[in-house]
Design a protein around this ligand. Structure first.
Ligand code: GUN
Ligand code: ZN
Length: 442
């Protein structure tokens, strides 16, 4: 019987901690001629090619040299039903939601549409090197079903949930406190912990949930403390003002969620830009994770995320695309725009920290670093193969690059889906570009 063992050969980079400076080489392992031995969707061995091949038996060998193998990218905030409204012109957050987003999301009541879009959405993720994402589905249970069905077909480690929203949205895009609770319970029972799926309890944001629905969201969180929780926080000044009108008792925006018991280290808070000191302290105390969404924040003109300020309080920040307000599925392009947002605040995003962030860093934010985000033995074999000469502009620049840090910065600033040469999900190639080479005789 043929073995299902696979040996990937190439240059290899994986992180064991967050690099503290541009020359902190203790935080990663880089192997010039490295190999990964993969079996049953897991990484069995990592090391130099010579070491690993010696114990690889009849494993099929795929030679990716001179390309660079890293852990698959993790996108911690993305909206699955917004695939067809990316790049919609001219509005800031609340107008953008009302004009483009909400009408579009009503279409996901239709199971057939949701299933077709899920297939396209997952193709886009893997084409861009993303192997795990945390997604908002629409308010319709069918959209979450379509999302998890498609993830299961592809054996991808995916997190998501149907949004809870019972006000300030058009007909066909509202649930009720009870139906939102019941649908979420059903989805958790069916999907949470099934294969590689996890559920995220998802009150969309304070504006679209009544206090009664927030109460129900709090009950869901209390009953399912192992689920993730996701929502939006302080993205836009008009959003904050309207939230405080709707919740006059709240001390600040975060207090709405805090009051209903939603905050913990399982919680992801998209944007978290315009924060009060009390909110920052509460994030630090509860361990809730702000999510930086650079391309979205620039596209909607929302504001500049204070990465260094939050990190200085010990807060763990995640980073994400936020499609469809975000303008690229690529975590590389997300790093590019993130670099520029930090530049505007005299903060730095050097390439080692950047590549740590979209792999192990986001895994840490999700509490999943023992499963994804590294090339460690025993973890799941979600891997990207990067080509730092994928375009003419990159190839020319690379002629003058001599260090790993320079190469990574070229990928960070100029890379996109063209730089993703191959993607493995649980050890299975998704693009099939590189031919297998016969095992040389011992
Ligand atoms: N706030 C509430 N819903 C959304 C959304 O879909 N996108 C963004 N960027 N912000 C939101
Ligand atoms: Zn969002």
């Amino acid at each position: 019987m043929p073995s299902d063992r696979l040996l990937l050969r190439g240059r290899m980079l994986t992180f064991s901690a967050e690099p503290q400076s541009p020359d902190d080489t203790t935080a990663f392992d880089y192997i010039e001629d490295g190999a990964l031995l993969i079996e049953n969707g897991l990484i069995l061995r990592r090391g130099s090619y010579c070491e690993v091949v010696a114990g690889a038996g009849d494993a099929e060998i795929i030679d990716h040299r001179p390309k660079l193998l890293m852990a698959g990218f993790i996108d911690t905030h993305i909206h699955f039903p917004q695939v067809q409204i990316v790049a919609s012109w001219g509005a800031q957050l609340l107008d953008w939601l009302n004009t483009y987003t909400f009408p579009e999301e009503t279409r996901f009541a239709d199971e057939g549409h949701a299933a077709a879009m899920a297939c396209r959405f997952f193709d886009l993720l893997t084409d861009h090197g993303t192997t795990t994402a945390v997604a908002y589905c629409s308010v319709h249970k069918a959209s979450a079903e379509a999302y998890f069905e498609e993830a299961e077909q592809r054996n991808m480690r995916m997190i998501g949930g149907k949004v809870l929203m019972d006000r300030n949205a058009p007909d066909g895009l509202r649930d009720t406190p009870q139906s939102g609770y019941d649908d979420t319970k059903d989805l958790i029972a069916k999907w949470h912990g099934r294969g590689r799926a996890s559920y995220a309890i998802t009150p969309r944001f304070a504006i679209t949930s009544t206090p009664e629905q927030m109460e129900m969201a709090g009950a869901l969180v209390a009953e399912h403390s192992d689920c993730f929780v996701q929502t939006h926080l302080s993205e836009n000044r008009n959003e904050i003002a309207y939230t405080l009108e709707l919740y006059p008792e709240a001390r600040d925006y975060l207090d709405v969620y805090q009051h209903y018991g939603l905050l913990s280290d399982k919680m992801l808070l998209g944007h978290s830009i315009h924060l009060e000191q009390r909110e920052i302290d509460a994030l630090a105390e509860t361990g809730a994770r702000p999510v930086f969404c650079p391309t979205s924040n620039l596209f909607l003109g929302s504001g500049l995320f204070d990465d260094a300020g939050l990190r200085s309080k010990g807060i763990v920040n995640a980073i994400a695309t936020d499609i469809g307000a975000g303008t690229s599925y690529s975590m590389l392009q997300t790093l590019n725009e993130g670099y520029k947002i930090l530049q505007l605040q005299d903060q730095k995003l050097h390439p080692f920290r950047a590549f740590h962030w979209i792999t192990r860093g986001n895994a840490v934010a999700l509490g999943l670093e023992d499963r994804i985000g590294t090339l460690d033995e025993g973890t799941e074999a979600d891997i990207v193969v990067l080509d730092s000469r994928a375009t003419e502009a990159m190839a020319l620049r690379m002629e003058r690059a001599s260090t790993l840090a320079e190469e990574l910065f070229v990928l960070q600033m100029l890379g996109d889906d063209r730089a993703i040469d191959e993607v493995y999900v649980a050890g299975k190639p998704q693009k099939g570009k590189a031919p297998a080479v016969p095992q040389p005789a011992p």
